[in-house]
Design a binder for this molecule. Structure first.
Ligand code: ADP
Ligand code: MG
Length: 266
């Protein structure tokens, strides 16, 4: 198995109220090329910090130690997202409104990603934006190209944000609580991510506080608590034979009953 990214001894520290607080503590694991990998844990366990670190998007206030080795291109530093952000790594955030520009038509926002990263001309980039809106199943893609984000529902905005995230053909797609704010359309967006990852042969890093949701999508799951990697295993192993009491507690809280129906869906 080839590692798309090897994370080694990764420690991330934020300065807060004059004190240094380690948010990720000596984390190490590999993400295999082509797999669907989930990071789970409660709010505050460091999941977003890890996802941002992998994407090279951590703020300047974060102190980063350790290394991430990439199969493809090695960025100049762990804060240098220019070589990977957008081009090799697509990032879907929880709140699509925050990742879309309110004053730019949707088609231009998606086309800009392709234009910037793929070296296509503008009309080709715009044609690609239309194709992407079709692929994320936005109703009436022609009208949507010219629409502003506020015209769309939350679920439709997330579809647009996903189109932008994959516009440059990234190898790795990171979804950080990408469906958590969406209530009724959560299952549709999960299905969409699954289909796009499969169609484009992307590697998926699915970040969620919801172990049941993670188990639906991922082949392997890593459980985090207080910035530490508690355990990592196949979805079947984590769900049916967790090694850690904490994982068992997450399962009980998340699933209520037994894990059988969950495993049948994976
Ligand atoms: P999760 O995504 O699992 O909820 P986060 O990575 O967002 O966890 O946060 C982990 C811890 O790091 C939290 O205690 C949070 O307050 C802190 N933290 C996250 N981002 C920052 C930041 N930019 N500055 C200071 N502290 C931060
Ligand atoms: Mg988070």
């Amino acid at each position: 198995m080839t590692a798309l990214a090897s994370i080694r001894n990764l420690t991330v520290t934020y300065r807060r109220d004059g004190a240094e607080v380690a948010t990720l503590k000596n984390v190490g694991f590999d993400i295999t090329a082509g797999e669907r990998f989930a990071i789970i844990g409660e709010s505050g366990s460091g999941k977003s910090t890890l996802a941002l670190a992998i994407a090279g998007l951590l703020p300047a206030t974060a102190r980063i130690e350790g290394r991430i080795d990439w199969l493809l291109r090695q960025p100049a530093s762990l804060r240098d997202h220019a070589p990977i952000g957008g081009r090799d790594v697509g990032f879907i955030f929880q709140d699509p409104s925050a990742s879309l520009d309110p004053v730019m038509p949707i088609g231009m926002q998606i086309a800009e990603v392709a234009y910037t990263h793929l070296g296509l001309g503008w009309s080709q980039s715009y044609a690609r934006a239309k194709t992407l809106l079709e692929r994320v199943r936005l109703p009436d893609p022609d009208a949507a190209l010219r629409a502003y984000p506020h015209k769309l529902s939350g679920g439709q905005k997330q579809r647009v944000a996903i189109a932008a995230a994959i516009a440059a053909g990234p190898k790795l797609l990171i979804a950080d609580e990408a469906t958590s704010a969406l209530d009724i359309v959560q299952a549709e967006i999960v299905g969409l991510i699954r289909r796009l990852v499969s169609e484009d042969g992307m590697t998926l890093l699915f970040v969620s506080h919801d172990i049941a949701l993670a188990a639906e999508l991922a082949e392997r799951i890593a459980v985090f608590r207080h910035g530490e990697l508690l355990e990592l295993g196949s979805t079947a192993q984590i769900v049916s034979a967790p090694r850690h009491a904490y994982t068992r507690a997450l399962l009980d809280a998340n699933l209520g009953l037994d894990a059988e129906p969950l495993l049948q869906r994976t």
